[in-house]
Design a protein around this ligand. Structure first.
Ligand code: HBI
Ligand code: FE
Length: 294
């Protein structure tokens, strides 16, 4: 899809054209020395942290994409690899999009990437997704054919859920949170990371795989869709898939009757173990605050 130019917007990076559904042109020439240095430091740190912690598909995709470690990549360069591998392409956006636009992009196999990068003071934490989270965290797995199809199915499911009300959207958001953002996968080498929220965080990469504090529970779609999550701390529970095929298969059925059935059941707290859970590790709960779940 060629985005339609709607208007221009003046930002602190200059005069940026705004396209339909939030798409802008990546203002690559406007990145400064500090922007490239932040990318480079974050990239180098995660390259070390993720060895032996990220799943093989992520590590292989990073090698295939040949992202520049010294400078922020141009989305147009990455699109050459992505389009050939799975038909996905990146579009630059200002930040979080309205759900309808976000789902529409995913359904069209377009991943919206926030074009701006955090400041050196925000190396370890920021409250909204930036370029490092979106590009480093989300984009490599779009090179994997099965994961790429899961993301597209999620977008189509999201568009459909928009007509079904808030309960359906809340359940679908939990599925996204506990898979795309904070998912773990188990293989022959043990637990590995595939969730982008973990992959883009040095602290949570170590915590999610090695800490005794969180629960780790075998993937269960309906259980996840009933589970609250944390937005201001590391997760209290992670859900563990065996393969991306398992993930994709879980999204194959029509969710409409599933949403209706689950809406009548109470939600699980973020740190809770539910009856019937396939408990891989039971967390100690160390360091959990008494603030409420999201
Ligand atoms: N927009 N750019 C962007 N990136 C996201 O990850 C995103 C979004 N809008 C909505 C959204 N995520 C959430 O509502 C998901 O749960 C769908
Ligand atoms: Fe994200």
């Amino acid at each position: 899809m060629i985005p339609q130019r709607l208007e221009h917007q003046v930002t602190d990076k200059g005069f940026v054209p705004i396209y339909a559904t939030g798409v802008v042109e990546q203002p690559w020439g406007d990145y400064g020395t500090t922007d490239h240095a932040v990318w480079s430091r974050l990239y180098a740190r995660q390259r070390e942290v993720l060895r032996g912690r990220a799943c093989d598909q992520f590590l292989a995709a990073m090698a295939a994409l040949r992202m520049d470690e010294a400078r922020i990549p141009r989305f147009s360069d990455l699109n050459l690899h992505l389009e050939r591998a799975t038909g996905w392409r990146l579009v630059a956006v200002e930040g979080l999009l309205p759900e309808v636009d976000f789902f529409g992009h995913l359904a069209a196999r377009e991943f919206p990437v926030t074009w701006w990068i955090r400041t050196p003071e925000q190396m370890d934490y920021l409250t909204e997704p930036d370029l490092f989270h979106d590009l480093f965290g989300h984009v490599p797995l779009l090179m994997d054919p099965v994961f790429a199809d899961y993301m597209c199915a999620y977008g189509r499911g999201g568009l459909k859920a928009m007509g079904l009300g808030e309960d359906a959207l809340a359940q679908l958001a939990r599925l996204y949170w506990y898979t795309v953002e904070f998912g773990l996968i188990r293989g022959s080498e043990g637990l590995r990371i595939y969730g982008s929220g973990i992959l883009s965080s040095a602290g949570e990469s170590r915590y999610a795989v090695e800490s005794d504090a969180p629960n780790r529970i075998g993937f269960d779609r309906d259980r996840i869709m009933r589970t609250r999550y944390r937005i201001d701390s590391y997760q209290r529970g992670y859900f563990v898939i065996d393969s991306f095929e398992q993930l994709f298969e879980a999204t194959r059925p029509d969710f409409t009757p599933i949403y209706a059935r689950l809406a009548d059941l109470p939600p699980w707290a973020a740190g809770e173990i539910a009856p019937g859970d396939d408990v891989i590790t039971r967390g100690t709960g160390e360091g959990w605050s008494d603030t409420p779940d999201a």
